[in-house]
Every structure is written in C-alpha cells, then in structure tokens.
Design a protein around this ligand. Structure first.
Ligand code: PEP
Length: 249
C-alpha cells in the first residue's frame, strides 16, 4: 500500500502572525485521515511551524534548499540548517524554482544528492509546459526531467523520494489536468521508473498530482489508481479548503 500524502506549498505567503493562525487552525481541524499531511511555510517561519506542530501529525517541509554543505552562498539555506530546526522534508524542483530562478536538471540533481546524503525526504516536482503538451511532447519532457535528476540514484534511495507531477499550465491557473490526463501521466511515470529501476520501486513510489487542486475536484483526481495525493498551492492557504482536500483522500 503506497503512502498517501497531501502537502501544502505556501510559497511566499503568510507573515508570522498569519502563519501561527493557520497552523493553529489546521492542527485543531485536522480530520482523521490515512494521508500524511505536510505544510511548507516560508523559510523564516519554519521553526515556528515545527514548534507549533510538535503535538500534531502534520509535518513541516521546506520549499527549497541549497546543495552545498555550507559556505559563501548569500541568501541560501543548507540541509543541515533545516535538519537543525527539525525540518526533514524538502520540496525540490518546483516549476517556479525552475522557471523564475533558473534551476535546471543538473542543479536539481545536486540538490537531490545532498538531500539523500542528509537522509531527508524529498518531494521532487516536475512537469511539462503548455507548449510541450500542445506539441504532444509531454511524455518525453517528463521522462527527461526524471532521467536527468533521478536516474542516477541507487535503488535504496527511492524510499526517500516522493514525486509530484505538476503540469506547469495547471499551476495557479485554475486550469486542472483532467483526472484522466493525471492518471495517464502517473501511469507513464511508473512505467518509466519500472524500466529504469524495477517494478517494485515503480509500484511503491508515491506520486502526487499538483495543479489547481481544489475542494471541488480533489476527490475525482485522487480516485485515480496511480494518483497518491496532491501538492496544493493556492488552496493550502485556507484551512477549510485544505482540510476538504485532505478529506478527499
Ligand atoms: C503548486 O504551486 O505546487 C500548485 C500546485 O499550485 P496551485 O495548487 O495553486 O495550482
């Protein structure tokens, strides 16, 4: 049985007071669920989140990190800094990091390696742009993103990896991949991993869908056999919406 996960990426939203208020509401309203629930506030509020959620099953993730151990990297955050405050999960490869901050497969592969060495859990994001889908290149793009960042891993590393397929055209746009499109791609991802590694790894890896998941579409998307949950942006900023999505698992 694969682990089900609903993760909220808060991006550059919520100041300290707003973070504390949302965390308190989430902890109080979390329903009984078979899913792991994760929130990723901004760096400056991670420590607060870890402390607030000490007695909750909600986990805290970082939205990014640097690959280096330490050193002259102004403005960056290392894996050890995250671990030191109790953050053991990191989101890597989000499409905004790729498109707005120039993160490419080569850089992401370094970040993945560092996170693995540090024994962190990785939520690895990838997905095609609109032009790729229009030109029916989406499977090739996804395959190459996976290959370049993850195919150098050892089989044992996969237990630390969660995949998040996020078609860029569906992120923050209100446009969602249809449940059938999500299922088709998730099945393709498993087939690709099975060919590169083995069927067991492909079958056991959790694959999240991300891109305009809302309370009104979550259930249908999550009902697909190869979809194991969601990475949620906008709807994770409102407690009730996020909780409805958690209930949809
Ligand atoms: C995201 O940023 O990962 C995301 C899926 O955003 P949204 O849910 O707002 O489309």
């Amino acid at each position: 049985m694969r682990t089900k996960i609903v993760a909220g990426n808060w991006k550059m939203n919520k100041n300290l007071e707003e973070t504390e208020a949302l965390l308190a509401e989430l902890a109080a309203k979390l329903p009984d669920t078979r899913a792991e629930v994760v929130v990723a506030p901004t760096f400056v509020n991670l420590s607060t989140a870890v402390n607030h959620l000490e007695n909750s099953i909600i986990q805290v993730a970082a939205q990014n990190m640097h690959f280096a151990e330490d050193g002259a990297f102004t403005g960056e955050i290392s894996a050890d800094m995250l671990l030191n405050i109790g953050v053991e999960t990191v989101i890597l490869g989000h499409s905004e990091r790729r498109s707005l901050f120039g993160e490419d497969d080569e850089l992401l592969s370094k970040k993945v390696k560092t996170a693995l060495v540090k024994d962190m859990k990785i939520i690895f994001c990838f997905g095609e742009e609109l032009e790729d889908r229009k030109s029916e290149n989406h499977f090739a793009v996804v395959e190459s993103q996976l290959k370049n960042a993850l195919f150098g891993l050892n089989k044992a590393d996969w237990k630390q990896i969660v995949l998040a397929y996020e078609p860029v055209w569906a992120i923050g746009t209100g446009e969602t991949a249809s449940p059938e499109q999500a299922q088709e791609m998730h099945a393709f991802i498993r087939k690709t991993i099975a060919a590169a590694f083995d069927a067991k790894i492909a079958d056991e890896v959790t694959i999240l869908y991300g891109g305009s998941v809302k309370p009104n579409n979550a259930k249908e998307i999550f009902s697909k056999p190869d979809v194991d949950g969601g990475l949620i942006g906008g709807a994770s900023l409102k407690c009730n919406d996020f909780m409805e999505i958690v209930k949809a698992i």
